[in-house]
Ligand binder design. Structure first.
Ligand code: EZ4
Ligand code: CO
Length: 402
């Protein structure tokens, strides 16, 4: 089998997605997601202008060799643009392999290790009461695990809170919007939010929280310690992770489990975190982590250190990544949990898929390959719209991490 053609699709059914379609001489095609929120066109160009000319004529079954060719062959290594582009190729080739062998992707990754994939949804609200109402709605919808974020008294807006009740989508058209931040106000509020959540819903529900890279290690240690009585499933991205040693400080102070990695693009971003057992869950995804080929190795490495996966699953990861993640989650041994932010109806129509949700679990379906398609005619109706993620400033105006 040979790769005969590959094309990049950019569409905006409510938000931007970059999708790669790889075609073969046997009529089988594969899809890969290449979406990098707020920087989409750089990945489209990396693929179109630099990678695609190198892959025509190759055997799509050679996922390992092609991955090494793109990673080592560029000379310039790592980085989210590079790794998202390589991921798009890698995932499309795994999709082709599954279709050619007439078997779902999970069978190529070890087969079914579990019946279904535990997912967590996002509850949010402008204050504690409305956040808890949203938790109740998630329970009614069947969720067994819920991330809880609420507005912070004294701050006009913060990460994770929808402007109008309902879905939260951080990327916005126009130039980046600005949020205000105070760790003092945040640290005062969050333990009260989770005290109320446990009091209201009991111990039977998994509760999660995303600090979104905003705390220093010692502040995160304090928060983790104060959240211990409420038994969180995890505290996510407590501090920016360029300095991996920072997590030792958090670990020294709290037993609240830690997840990190949605912005990672290489196992080297997490090497010290994993081998020192400073984290519990790795969130680096298939799309931003370079594809299925390196993620399989990262997951196996993590398994040696009791670290499980907890893949990022926000709306900026397309249904192609969601499908790939669900096959992966089904197959590997050290799966932990999968994030789920449901896509808009328009997005689901542009990407018809086999995966499904029932009673707080998701299932990849049994179609060959990924089990997801791209409706190119419909996609063409939604033109790319430049959008940015927000920025964040402390109350005195200092730029800080969003
Ligand atoms: O801010 O995907 O856990 N989920 C998150 C997301 C990220 C967005 C950035 O593109 O932190 O909401
Ligand atoms: Co996050």
């Amino acid at each position: 089998m040979k790769i005969t053609n590959a094309k990049v699709n950019v569409t905006c059914p409510g938000r931007n997605f970059v999708t790669l379609k790889v075609e073969t001489d046997e009529g089988i095609y594969g899809l890969g997601d290449a979406t990098l929120n707020g920087r989409e066109l750089s990945v489209a160009s990396y693929l179109q202008d630099h990678i695609l000319p190198c892959i025509i004529g190759r055997d799509p079954f050679q996922t390992e060799d092609i991955w090494q060719y793109l990673y080592r062959g560029a000379y310039w290594r790592r980085g989210p643009v590079t790794m998202s582009a390589i991921a798009a190729i890698d995932v499309a080739l795994w999709d082709i392999k599954g279709k050619a062998l007439n078997t779902p992707l999970y069978n190529l990754l070890g087969g079914k290790s579990r019946e279904g994939v535990l997912v967590y949804g996002h509850a949010n609200g402008k204050d504690t009461d409305s956040a808890l109402e949203d938790v109740a709605r998630h329970i009614d919808a069947g969720y067994k695990a819920v991330r809880v974020q609420s507005g912070i008294p004294g701050l006009a807006s913060t990460y994770g809170i929808a402007k109008n009740a309902g879905r939260y989508e951080p990327a916005e058209r126009g130039l980046p919007s600005e949020h205000a931040w105070s760790s003092e106000l945040y640290l005062r509020h969050v333990p009260t939010l989770f005290a109320r959540a446990r009091e209201t819903f009991g111990e039977g529900l998994h509760l999660l929280h995303d600090c979104h890279h905003r705390l220093t290690p010692i502040e995160a240690g304090r928060l983790g310690k104060e959240l211990e009585p409420f038994h969180l499933f995890w505290m996510e991205d407590p501090t920016p992770a360029e300095l991996q040693d920072g997590f030792k400080i958090i670990r020294d102070h709290t037993t609240t489990p830690i997840s990190v990695g949605e912005v990672f693009n290489s196992i080297w971003d997490a090497h010290d975190l994993i081998r020192n057992q400073w984290i519990d869950y790795l969130r680096m995804t298939i799309v931003h982590g370079g594809g299925i080929t390196p993620l399989r190795k990262a997951a196996d490495f993590a398994s040696l250190y009791h670290v499980r996966t907890g893949f990022h699953g926000a709306t900026d990861l397309s249904p192609v990544t969601m499908a790939a993640a669900l096959h992966f989650d089904t197959a590997i041994h050290n799966f932990g949990i999968q994030e789920l932010m449901p896509h808009t109806e328009e997005t689901d129509q542009v990407f018809p898929h086999q995966y499904s949700f029932k009673d707080g679990m998701m299932y990849p379906g049994d179609a060959p390959g990924l089990g997801v398609a791209l409706d190119e005619k419909l996609a063409a109706k939604f033109e790319y719209q430049r959008a940015y993620l927000p920025i964040n400033r402390k109350l005195d105006g200092t730029l800080t991490d969003w």
